[in-house]
Each structure stands twice: as structure tokens, then as C-alpha cells.
Ligand binder design. Sequence first.
Ligand code: ATP
Ligand code: MG
Length: 305
Amino acid sequence: MQSISRKDLIRRACSFAEPFRISSGESFRLEDVDPEDTLHLEAEDKPLAKEALTMGIELLAEYQDKLYAQDSWGLLLIFQAMDAAGKDGTIKHVMSGVNPQGCQVSSFKAPTSVDLDHDYLWRCMQCLPERGRIGIFNRSYYEDTLVVRVHPELLEHQKIPPELVGKDIWKERFKDIRHFESYLSRNGIIVRKFFLHVSKKEQKRRFLERLNNPEKNWKFSAADIRERAFWEDYMAAYEDMIRHTASDEAPWYVVPANNKWFTRVAVAAAIIETLDSLNLRYPKVGEEARRELESARQALEAEKA
Ligand code: ATP
Ligand code: MG
């Protein structure tokens, strides 16, 4: 593994990301993705996978440096999942090598009264990444097609004129989101979306771990159990959302999430694949700037001390 070349690492990253990428949703079915899936990797491959992840993280840092220097493309990474699927840990691990100045994480919880005084994309628009940066959304405007769909009473809090809330509201939201993501893509803000797909059984195991381990108690909230009771509704909402919002320019990656080590490898792979496709380069210094550099060098060398 140590001797794996850069080219090989990128090739492998693409092969790990590709099986989970949904670019066209028509035939997508959530039941076709097994949360336990680790492709061909077994538990004994874990140390190798971790080593590959370490190298992948270094590669990501290099890409991000170029992204920042080039100051032209931006990257928006959206993470959606049921509770305890590992969003926080995945974001923490995968982005651990990246310069904090070039990366910003925004978490979207229940909307505030100020948020509710605006359209539902508004609060997310404030947090879009600048050119040269990576923006991470921990939850996003997709919640407005998920939790709000599972609990339609939340829609009433959104203060939308009642005549605009019809039976096609979810289809309309999907359409708005597709257009919004096209708009971003056409402006050089690349959008990649991750659904970390954990099973109901594994969620139970992780909740119990949080309850039984005092150091993890803080992660548990009674609301998590309440939402768990709506599991089937959430899965239906996720499936419909992916079917309607997966596109070539803004694909979903539906990543098996029962094995955290594998989730991290697959997510890192998808980000590497994306950044590699941009052919990022450090900007070339022009003739005039080169002359300035040369005279700066001469001035420094001429200094006495
Ligand atoms: P963690 O539990 O790891 O801290 P989290 O993302 O689950 O992270 P919470 O504070 O537990 O954070 O939950 C945020 C809650 O806010 C979720 O239940 C989510 O569904 C809800 N939420 C997010 N966006 C909206 C929205 N637009 N309308 C209503 N509820 C929302
Ligand atoms: Mg939570």
C-alpha cells in the first residue's frame, strides 16, 4: 500500500466512488443499496483501507490548496442522513487534512424565526462556499423535503401563502432544487450530495451505545428516538428525493454507512474523484509578475543583514 502511486490512488478512488454515484434517479431504489456493503473489502482489509484513507486525505489537502490558489471553482458538499449514521465523524475524518481557511462547515438544525421569515433556500444561500473554498452542509435545504414531508405540520410554520401549498409541493421543491443546483454548477460551484445510508438495526445499536457509555451520553437526544419511529416514512422521503434530484451535474452518492471505516473511504473517494475531474493547477505567473518576483529576490539578496 505504501508504494501505491498517486495515479493508482486516484484510479482506486474512482472505483470506490462509482458504485454509489446516482446521476439519474429514475430507476433508483433505496432497497438496492445494502447499508452493510463494503464492496469487496473484508474486516481484515480495515488497516489497509485506513492507510488508503490517510493517503487520500493528503491528496485532498493538495487538491484543496490548488482550488484555493486558483480561486475559480468552489465545492459544495452536502451531507444528509438519519441520526447516528456518522455524518459528523465522516466530515471530521475526511476533511481532517484540509486547511481550515479553505473550508467551512455549516450545520442546519430546526429553522429559527428569522429563517422562517424567508424562503427555505435562504439560510443555506448565506453559507454557500466562495470560489476557491470547500463548503460543507451538515444537513441542508433537503430537510425541507424530508423532515418537513414526514411531519407536514412543519410546513404550516413556514408561513407560505396557503394557496401556494398544494399536493404537488414536493415535486415543486424538487424542481426548484434541481434548478438551484444547475445554477450553482453553471457558476462554477460544484455540488456533490451524500446520503449516508445506515440500517435501522445499526441505528439501534449506536443509540444503545450512546445510552450505555457515559462519554457518549451527550450525543443522545430523546428527539432521536421519536424520529426513529418514522423510519419507513423517512426512507420513502429519501428515496423520492434522490429519484428527483440526482443529476449529472449534482449527483447523489448513496454510501453504505453501517461500517464507519468504509463510509469514510467511500466519501473521501467521491471527493477525490470530483476534485480530480477539475484538472486543478496552480495559477501560472505572468511575465510582468515574474519580473516583479525577480526584482524582489534581488532586493532581498542585496540586503546586508
Ligand atoms: P447531532 O445530533 O449529531 O448533533 P443533528 O444534525 O442531528 O446533529 P440535531 O440538533 O440533533 O442535529 O437535529 C437537527 C434537527 O433539525 C433534525 O432533527 C432535523 O431534521 C431538524 N431540521 C433541520 N432542518 C429543518 C427544517 N428545515 N425544518 C424542520 N426541522 C429541521
Ligand atoms: Mg441529532
